[in-house]
Design a protein around this ligand. Structure first.
Ligand code: PNS
Length: 160
C-alpha cells in the first residue's frame, strides 16, 4: 500500500524550515503532497502560482514529492488524494494550541486521518514566513532563512 502524506500550508513564502520538513516527511510516507491552501484567511504577499513555483524550486528535487493547491477543507483534499497522514511542523509551545485544535478538528471531520508533527532543526525554531516577510519588507538580510530564489522574489516585491 502506498502511504501518502499531505503537507499543507500557506507557504507565503516557503522558508528553509518548510524545505527541511518536506525532506523529513519522506521518512514517514512513500509520497508527499505539498498542498498550498488557496482560501487562507490571510491576504498573501505572493499569489498561489508564485508560491507553488517557489515551492517546486526549493523542494522539488525528489520525484516522491508533488505540489498542488487546494480550495476548501484540507480533509476533502486529503480524502480525494487517498492521503492518510497530515504533516505539520511544531516549532515551539506557542504553535501547540492552534496545531492541536486543527489536528483534532481534522480527525473529527475525517476519522483515520492522522496528523504527525515534525520538529524543525534547532536553528529554524524561530523561523516563520511572517517574520521573513517582515524582515524583508524592511530591507533586512533573509539570505540564510530562505532559498536564493525566494530571497530574490522578496527583494523584488519590496523594491521601491
Ligand atoms: O501555513 P499555515 O497558514 O499555518 O497553514 C494553515 C492551513 C492552510 C494548514 C489551514 O488553514 C488549513 O488547513 N486550511 C484549509 C481549510 C481547512 O481545512 N480549515 C479547517 C482546519 S481545522
Amino acid at each position: 500500500m502506498t502511504r501518502i502524506a499531505v503537507y499543507p500550508g500557506s507557504f507565503d513564502p516557503p522558508t528553509r524550515g518548510h524545505t527541511d520538513l518536506v525532506s523529513r516527511s519522506l521518512s514517514l510516507a512513500d509520497r508527499v503532497i505539498v498542498a498550498l491552501a488557496r482560501n487562507s484567511a490571510k491576504e498573501p504577499l505572493f499569489t498561489a502560482e508564485e508560491r507553488l513555483e517557489m515551492l517546486r524550486t526549493v523542494a522539488g528535487s525528489d520525484p516522491r514529492v508533488s505540489f498542488e493547491s487546494f480550495d476548501g477543507l484540507l480533509v476533502d483534499f486529503a480524502r480525494a488524494r487517498g492521503a492518510t497522514l497530515i504533516v505539520r511542523g511544531l516549532r515551539a509551545i506557542s504553535d501547540f494550541e492552534y496545531e492541536f485544535q486543527m489536528a483534532m478538528m481534522n480527525r473529527k471531520l475525517l476519522p483515520g486521518l492522522e496528523t504527525v508533527f515534525l520538529v524543525p532543526p534547532e536553528d529554524a525554531t524561530y523561523l516563520s514566513s511572517s517574520l521573513v516577510r517582515e524582515v524583508a519588507r524592511h530591507g533586512g538580510d533573509v539570505s540564510s532563512l530562505v532559498h536564493p530564489v525566494v530571497a530574490e522574489a522578496l527583494r523584488r516585491r519590496f523594491a521601491r
